[in-house]
Ligand binder design. Sequence first.
Ligand code: 5AD
Ligand code: SF4
Length: 411
Amino acid sequence: MGYGFTQNEFEADVIVVNTCAVREHAEMRVLGNVGALNHTKKAKPEQIIAVCGCMVQQEHMTEKIKKSYPIVDLVFGPHELWRFPELLLDVMTRHKRVFATARDDGAVTEGIPLRRDGKVKAWLSIMYGCNNFCTYCIVPYVRGRERSRLPEDILAEARQLVAAGYKDITLLGQNVNSYGKDLDSETDFADLIRMVNDIPGDFLIRFMTSHPKDATEKLFRTMAECEKCAHQLHLPVQAGNDRILKAMNRHYDREKYLTQVQLARQYMPDLVLTTDIIVGFPGETEEEFEETISLCEEVRFDAMFTFIYSKRVGTPAASMPDPFTREEKQKHFDRLTEVANRISGEKHAAYIGTHQRVLIDGETGRDEYNLSARTNGGRLVHLKGEAELIGQFRNVVITGGNTWALYGEVE
Ligand code: 5AD
Ligand code: SF4
């Protein structure tokens, strides 16, 4: 429509606030940020303010915005993204507020222009939605059912990315392991990795997220065999206790998870393994939490993303008894963070003195160690060097490491 971009909210003709609904904290920040736009709208009354994304796909949120945030002119959910220009035109020509949050699952829309930040790493969506209905999670309600993009569309985009010089492509979906199950084609996720791997060029393939219930041996074998596929797996376990896993509707138990990890490591001894964990799921006892700690000690994840359970309106867990206090949950959370940090630190220390092939992907903004890079497994490395190295694979020797990052020298 001829618009450009600005980072200055007082200058913008249109402000689009994109949102997440996974946890309450992010929603509170969105509402705070939207509230703050009162100032910009006052200074520039013709400014159009739009709020989009998963948060507004929840009815109670749309209602809240309708009633309490009159400065918002346009609200649209994830299924309506492709209609954005039309909706914007509606706001401009009809001079009334527009709320577009259709309740259907949405189609797979192809050909929407994309603007990517950076020239080295790219996200590539391969599917949308989720069918898993983990009892704590809002995603299946706001993103609808699983819909896979066609392999040829994904491959065409991957080829374009490689031709444009991207070196690190992350295949993206809520549960990539169920890729293709909704299509007529025989292609499953492992096949898709192989097809992307066959594209000529020097680049890495990563992917997110894998559900442990349907990560297969074929996937691990394919990862091991495809030379462009990073030996990196994000496999969210969520909890270490079987009663909690069942109450979460995760469809695996502790033992099955541990077996998956063992199998993946058998195929890729250098695998970098990360996970997500929820602390304080309704009714989680001290003993049950201890099983999460013991699982983490047993698996020794390279990194863990830990969250305190956040109640989501309309999910089954929201109506489960939740007798433990925020303070008790916080204590568990702090303890888990300590364990996670210690293990990450130990794992990073073991890199010291090793040689790694890394992709240099950007600048850190600091004088010493001015460049950032990633190992094949996705660990962050800080380096010294010229900015022209950005976008290149280089061999480095690792000279230091802490909980968060490795430090190295280009060889
Ligand atoms: N509360 C806390 N964490 C959650 N996640 C998803 N839903 C919730 C919730 N209601 C976490 C899970 C998931 C990650 C993306 O966010 O760990 O893997
Ligand atoms: Fe949410 Fe579970 Fe789907 Fe992940 S798999 S998006 S946690 S419902």
